[in-house]
Design a protein around this ligand. Structure first.
Ligand SMILES: [Zn+2]
Length: 102
């Protein structure tokens, strides 16, 4: 349902699982298709087992993105911009530094 990087995908899947939705990350190691498919579309995706859970999943993700208020943060290790709801850099795996800002 989403094109995500791997860390985001696992965060999202865990979030959904914690709400009782059977979700899994697929296409994590998609082989052979990268040449034909734009990179983002070859990335990991969240798959919901039960169609009936899809709307609930969307609601949960929408709420989660609202809860995660605050600015995006910059990874001190690699300089990547990370969305506020993630506590770990998707690019290099560094943990979010303690907040310097208000
Ligand atoms: Zn980083």
């Amino acid at each position: 349902m989403h094109c995500l990087n791997l860390v985001e995908a696992h965060h999202t899947a865990n979030l959904l699982r914690s709400a009782g939705i059977r979700a899994e990350v697929r296409n994590t190691f998609l082989a052979g298709a990268v040449g034909d498919i734009p990179f983002m579309e070859a990335g990991p995706q969240i798959w919901i087992d039960d169609r009936q859970d899809v709307e609930l999943a969307r609601t949960i993700l929408a709420e989660a993105s609202q809860v995660a208020s605050g600015p995006d943060w910059l990874c001190e290790a690699c300089g990547e911009t990370i969305e506020a709801q993630f506590a770990q850099c998707w690019h290099c795996g560094a943990m979010k530094p303690f907040s310097h800002d208000a």
